[in-house]
Ligand binder design. Structure first.
Ligand SMILES: [Zn+2]
Length: 295
């Protein structure tokens, strides 16, 4: 759902007015993250898949000798600034979690695959009737399980990232407003998704929409009172679940520390009934070792 046009115009003007100040602040953030992590940050502008504005590969986790931010070149200056600030914040928070020895990776296993296959028992029968082979069904089901776990983790991380930016960089607030408005412009209508006769278990569609909705609720709070991104979710089956996620988020967000994003993922998964959809494993702190300096 779009932001109100008057608010959008006002935020466009404000973002232009603050662009130099905000750019300097984010450059300083980048420098301090480079110093604290021991790795340089490199930004690469390139075509990304539709719907993706940017993603980051954090040096010690991706086994690169720099943090690599991939960003689409097709963004206006304030939105590009916010998107880059968002990715730098991921680096900062990931590094704090690693330094605290709390970093985890999420994995699938025979147990998680069995759990997801169980959720798909009815859709799998429909897929077989449509001519899918057993191997094709299993491949599609497990790909969906992987994307669901990624969504769970990304949504929890992104709540923390956007809240952190709004708390620490008020000079970026207009750019954040514009970027979040753009993000929700492309939202599919939740009622349409739930109305489709698709091959995915309805329960998983409801979980995905509830995760999207909790982000929309936070974005409305950060952009208040100019937006109602959560409006399309309110009359759907996803909203009661989203509201429980939101209450969980509100209970923990005032006191988040390093690694708490992972506890948030587990708490969200408990509410959604998806705790058996993934395994987690601690990531080694030795991954923090900075690269050797060039002589
Ligand atoms: Zn993110």
């Amino acid at each position: 759902m779009r932001a109100a046009p008057l608010y959008l115009q006002a935020q466009l003007a404000l973002a232009a007015e603050r662009h130099v100040e905000a750019s300097r602040a984010i450059q300083d953030l980048a420098s301090s993250v480079e110093a604290s992590t021991g790795y340089p940050i490199q930004i690469v502008f390139e075509d990304l898949p539709p719907g993706a504005d940017a993603y980051v590969q954090v040096a010690p986790l991706a086994r690169h000798d720099c943090h690599l931010i991939h960003c689409t070149p097709f963004l206006s200056p304030p939105i590009r600034l916010h998107v880059i600030a968002h990715e730098i914040t991921h680096i900062h928070l990931d590094h704090q979690t690693l330094a605290a020895g709390k970093a985890c990776e999420f994995l699938t296993s025979a147990r998680t695959r069995q759990f997801i296959s169980g959720l798909y028992s009815a859709p799998a029968r429909r897929m077989r009737r449509r001519g899918w082979s057993r191997a094709e069904i299993e491949e599609a089901v497990q790909a969906d399980a992987g994307s669901l776990v990624t969504l769970l983790r990304n949504r929890a991380d992104d709540l923390i990232v956007e809240l952190w930016l709004s708390r620490h960089y008020p000079c970026l607030s207009a750019a954040q407003f514009l970027a979040l408005s753009r993000l929700h412009e492309g939202d599919a209508h939740p009622a349409d998704i739930l109305g489709q006769d698709n091959l995915r278990p309805r329960r998983l569609d409801i979980c995905s929409l509830a995760l999207d909705c909790v982000c929309a609720l936070l974005h409305d709070e950060l952009c208040a009172p100019g937006t109602d991104f959560a409006a399309p979710y309110r009359d759907t089956e996803a909203f009661p679940l989203a509201f429980r996620l939101w209450q969980q988020w509100k209970a923990v967000c005032p006191s988040l520390g390093p690694g708490d994003e992972l506890r948030l993922v587990d708490a969200f998964a408990d509410i959604l009934g998806l705790r058996q959809a993934y395994e987690s494993r601690t990531q080694a702190v030795s991954a923090l070792t900075p690269p050797p300096k060039a002589s």
